[in-house]
Design a protein around this ligand. Sequence first.
Ligand SMILES: NC(=O)c1ccc[n+]([C@@H]2O[C@H](COP(=O)([O-])OP(=O)(O)OC[C@H]3O[C@@H](n4cnc5c(N)ncnc54)[C@H](OP(=O)(O)O)[C@@H]3O)[C@@H](O)[C@H]2O)c1
Length: 188
Amino acid sequence: MKTIVMTGGTRGIGYGMAKAFLARSCNVAISGRTPEAVAQALARLADPGPAERILGVPCDVRDFAQVQGLWERCRDHFGQIDIWINNAGTGGEHGKIWEASPESARQVVETNLLGTIFGSQVAVRGMLDQGGSDLYLMEGGRDSPDCCAGGCPATWDGHHGSGYRPIPGPPPGLGTREKGVQHHCRYC
Ligand SMILES: NC(=O)c1ccc[n+]([C@@H]2O[C@H](COP(=O)([O-])OP(=O)(O)OC[C@H]3O[C@@H](n4cnc5c(N)ncnc54)[C@H](OP(=O)(O)O)[C@@H]3O)[C@@H](O)[C@H]2O)c1
């Protein structure tokens, strides 16, 4: 039985993935910024459940300590984490960029970029400790035909989370395949 942990998951794609994983007999952990949203999502997922395969942990991905806490809580609860999905993200305010508030812009960058980096740092360290697993990233765009063609050569500078063009080159910080950690972006 595989254990899947995702950032976000109180609604949207993450919530849908949680339901799908549960239906495939996986353990699933979801998260979100507030205990209330997590509890509401958990209650919906618990029917049909089964509840014992679901865990909900409040976690704001903009805070490294909370992301580390998410890993540790899920590992302690389920024993091992097989798949970590950096799913939490936001598009910010709808409308024109020059009309968006500074706080909205900050939230987009911190959630999508910093949150994805924190999630990857925490997950890869934990995976290396436990001897492998899979890491998925929901952010980013396929701006280059090179992307993922030879093992996702994009770098943090351009690809994951920022929406800018990926920078081709050797796999950077996520070049951990040889140690059993597989990295997938949403186009892999
Ligand atoms: N929808 C699309 O067409 C699309 C396309 C490509 C990629 N994506 C990416 O796929 C992911 C999911 O998209 P979606 O459409 O499902 O988004 P969504 O419906 O807006 O859901 C976002 C999820 O992320 C959580 N979240 C937001 N900020 C967070 C934070 N700071 N810390 C922790 N959790 C946070 C939200 O939980 P709370 O609000 O409860 O905190 C919610 O569960 C995002 O990363 C998005 O960029 C979406």
